[in-house]
Design a protein around this ligand. Structure first.
Ligand code: PSU
Ligand code: MN
Length: 301
């Protein structure tokens, strides 16, 4: 089975031109309408302005897709949470039953790899949830980094997670975690987390070199490119942490588990900050798209 490519994505890949994959779960489950649609359009525009081709990835009527039409993008934004959130374990079910699904970071990485797309921009990757020693809630995004040969530009990992444990699991899985212009692992809404990254690079060209080195060595799997949120959009950790703790408590009280956890927390935090966390989230996705395009361009040269 192949990923069906849009005309633009197909032409770019054929000529070895830079392509940047984008996920659809962030549209359907990560943000409310209409901000999600504005974000999805803007991010595609940023990638085109930088000189690369955007490839938003999704599954439509059971068909694996890279590169959506304007109408399809709008459908994901408008139908939001009523669309299935598809992690890697769900792919066979969705395909076999011709279902339409939004792809998480894990699933988007897998389909990007299948399509031959090496760079992907998201907001913040999934990771080890706080309290995972009880719940075992560890995002499939992490295991996918051991599988799919894709560099993912992410604003660290979401601050709702346990960042120390997330970094430990990435180390175990053999995944390079690159601080882009930083020595610290960024914490999604905040630029710093207090956790050091194992390596730092400062230019798209150097990231492209690391990607090439990894895959030429036959080292399977992805690369985390941890790109801090722009300073003017950040919410300081001490300010957002109490809000996160309240959201985590509310999730526990209402028995939110499994794949509902991340969308629930993002919404609760956005409600509690009157949308300030949503603005921060949008700013960091745009920032990641810009860097991903530059890396894709460097990698294609
Ligand atoms: N980044 C964001 N918003 C999001 C996500 C990432 O800024 O909503 C999504 C991605 O699709 C990621 C998912 O894969 O959150 C993580 O979900 P889980 O913790 O259930 O694996
Ligand atoms: Mn989970």
């Amino acid at each position: 089975m192949k990923v069906k490519l849009s005309t633009a994505v197909k032409a770019a890949l054929k000529k070895g031109k830079p392509v940047v994959a984008l996920e659809s779960t962030i549209i359907a489950h990560g943000m409310p309408y209409p901000q999600n649609l504005e974000m999805a359009r803007k991010v595609e525009q940023i990638i085109m302005d930088e000189g690369a081709v955007p490839a938003t990835i999704a599954i439509i009527d059971g068909e694996l897709r890279a590169g959506l039409s304007a109408q399809e993008l709008e459908g994901f934004a408008k139908n939001g949470p009523s669309i299935m959130k598809v992690s890697t374990r769900d792919i066979p079910y969705v395909v076999a039953r011709n279902i339409t699904g939004a792809t998480t970071v894990a699933t988007t990485m897998r389909l990007a790899d299948m399509a031959g797309i090496s760079v992907f921009a998201t907001g913040g990757m999934g990771g080890v949830h706080r309290g995972a020693e009880r719940t075992f809630d560890i995002s499939a995004d992490l295991s996918e980094f051991a599988q799919s040969n894709v560099a993912v530009v992410t604003a660290g990992a979401k601050a709702i997670l346990d960042l120390a444990l997330t970094l430990e699991v990435l180390e175990t899985l053999g995944v390079p975690v690159v601080g882009y212009g930083t020595d610290e692992f960024p914490a999604f809404y905040s630029r710093s987390s207090g956790h050091k990254v194992p390596m730092r690079l400062d230019t798209p060209k150097d990231v492209a070199k690391l990607m090439r080195a990894k895959w030429l060595l036959g080292l399977k799997g992805g690369v985390v490119v941890a790109n801090p949120i722009p300073a003017q959009a950040e919410i300081l950790a001490e300010e957002i942490e109490p809000v996160i703790l309240r959201a985590l408590n509310a999730a526990k009280r209402t028995n939110i588990t499994g794949k509902d956890t991340t969308p629930y927390l993002l919404k609760a935090i956005s409600d509690a900050t009157q949308g300030r966390s949503l603005s921060a989230n949008i700013a960091l996705v745009e920032n990641n798209a810009r860097l991903a395009a530059a890396i894709a361009i460097a990698y294609s040269q």
